[in-house]
Design a protein around this ligand. Structure first.
Ligand code: BGC
Length: 464
């Protein structure tokens, strides 16, 4: 009998994603280091050596190559490149050149994020993106980097998750600078998105062939009681606020009312991207509660009796909900009127024992395949993450790696998911045989609406 399979388009990018602070180690000149020093990391740990990439990233790149990844997403540490305002550290640039060269020699496309939550202390001390002048500093750094590294990289992500950066840092107060101020949250969002637009045009001028975008974190919010109009309303408001108002502002330059009435528009926003980066992890269920106006009258809960992440020390990691990836891709595509290709720039699971990750990864990839079959031009998938790394406020408490790290000894131990991901990348497909070995219980779910036909990679939509 013929094996069933879900084949991905030729040229599909397969890789993992990471960030400088979480992997490099020794980053002591940014606002997250200061946060650590203030004792704000919930696990009480220090990032320290992290995954030691500043010294030995290449050893992990080799591991990614063995998994037949053809791409790898990493970020640059602005605070290393510009440690003091206007001063550039050529040694840091040389280190990044060596990393990018190594990736290219391994035939992996480097995808480089220019801002992944951390920024130099001198910049943070000037009120970071809360000031309109921040845009000028950010663009100057970006232009410097592209001049220095543009011969080795042409796939850029200007910003990682500006919505998480602004909401956690300025509204919830659980990321630095730890503020809780609605108006400043939107000022920061507006300025950082203006930074993206300015960076987009700066890169476009220096490197006309570059692929340039940013990624947002998309969470789903569904009503706890599907029959309750109040739960529905509260869930809709949360989803609109966290995901869609930010996407809409990025697309059109204007925030919805009331923020839109108070803030200047993001100039030049329309068209300032070559692709949409989608980070997706989880969904939450929302119950209307009149006593929590600050939470838009919605209490967020994790669905009971379902596949879930290892809990962290905060409420970040909840349900593992594969269909959500399809729903998010479809919604981003619809809301952007299909104007650009999409990349899943992050998706992953905290699962130290690796008991759920194989099935979770297979089911998410099956939903991604479903999106491609539905005509949504998804052109790559980046798993968070290759190795365990320092998970922001959770430190080493939660583990997202395909490969486990002993933080004391730096010893690496691949989890089963690593070899499974490698087999999928090698085959450019999910085969029945792979599912049978790693998560037989998911077989029918994965091939339920299968198609053996290879979906065609969509034409390059960049110039349409
Ligand atoms: C962030 C990563 C983080 C991951 C897991 C994403 O929102 O971009 O830096 O490690 O979530 O929490």
């Amino acid at each position: 009998m013929q094996q069933r399979s879900l084949r991905f388009p030729t040229g599909f990018l397969w890789g993992t994603a990471s960030s400088s602070y979480q992997c490099e180690g020794g980053s002591t000149n940014n606002q997250w280091y200061r946060w650590e020093q203030q004792g704000r990391i919930l696990s009480g740990e220090a990032c320290g050596q992290a995954a030691n990439w500043w010294e030995e990233a290449e050893a992990d790149f080799e591991r990614a190559e063995q998994l037949e990844n053809n791409a790898l997403r990493l970020s640059l540490e602005w605070s290393r490149i510009e440690p003091a305002e206007g001063q550039w550290d050529q040694a840091a640039i040389e280190r990044y050149r060596a990393m990018l060269l190594d990736l290219r020699q391994r035939h992996m496309t480097p995808v480089v994020t220019l801002h992944h939550f951390t920024e130099p202390l001198w910049f943070a001390e000037r009120d970071g993106f809360a000031r309109a002048s921040s845009v000028r500093y950010f663009v100057r750094y970006v232009a410097f980097v592209v001049r220095q590294l543009g011969d080795l990289c042409s796939f850029w992500l200007t910003l990682n998750e500006p919505n998480v950066y602004a909401f956690q840092g300025y509204l919830r107060g659980d990321f630095p600078p730890g503020e809780q101020h609605l108006l400043r949250t939107f000022i920061v969002l507006r300025n950082i998105m203006q930074g993206h637009v300015a960076a987009f045009y700066a890169i476009r001028d220096l490197q006309p062939q570059a692929q340039i975008g940013y990624c947002l974190h998309y969470r789903l919010f569904d009503p706890l009681n599907p029959f309750s109009p109040l739960d529905h309303g509260a869930a809709r408001v949360q989803e609109q606020f966290f995901n869609w108002s930010v996407l809409q502002a990025a697309e059109s330059g204007r925030f919805t009312f009331p923020a839109g009435a108070l803030l200047p528009p993001i100039k030049g926003a329309a068209g300032a991207r070559d692709y949409h980066g989608v980070n997706y992890y989880t969904r939450e269920l929302v119950r209307f509660d009149a006593s929590v106006p600050a939470e838009a009258f919605g209490v967020r809960l994790v669905k009971p009796n379902t596949m879930r992440n290892d809990p962290g020390l905060d409420a970040s990691f909840g349900e593992i909900y594969p269909v959500g990836l399809y729903r998010v891709l479809r919604e981003v595509y619809r809301r952007t009127r299909g104007n650009k290709p999409l990349y899943v720039t992050e998706n992953g699971f905290s699962d130290v024992q690796d008991t759920r990750r194989p099935r979770a990864l297979l089911e998410h990839l099956a939903q991604l395949h479903r999106a491609i079959r539905a005509g949504i031009p998804v052109q790559g998938y980046f798993h968070w993450s290759l190795v365990d790394n320092f998970e922001w406020n959770n430190g080493w408490y939660v583990r997202f790696g395909l490969i486990e790290i002993d933080a004391q000894t730096q010893e690496r131990t691949p989890r089963r998911s690593a070899s499974m991901f490698g087999e999928i990348c090698r085959a450019n497909a999910i085969t029945e045989e792979i599912v049978a070995r790693y998560a037989p219980e998911a077989m029918e779910r994965i091939f339920r609406s299968r198609s053996d036909a290879v979906p065609q990679m969509q034409p390059d939509l960049k110039k349409t």
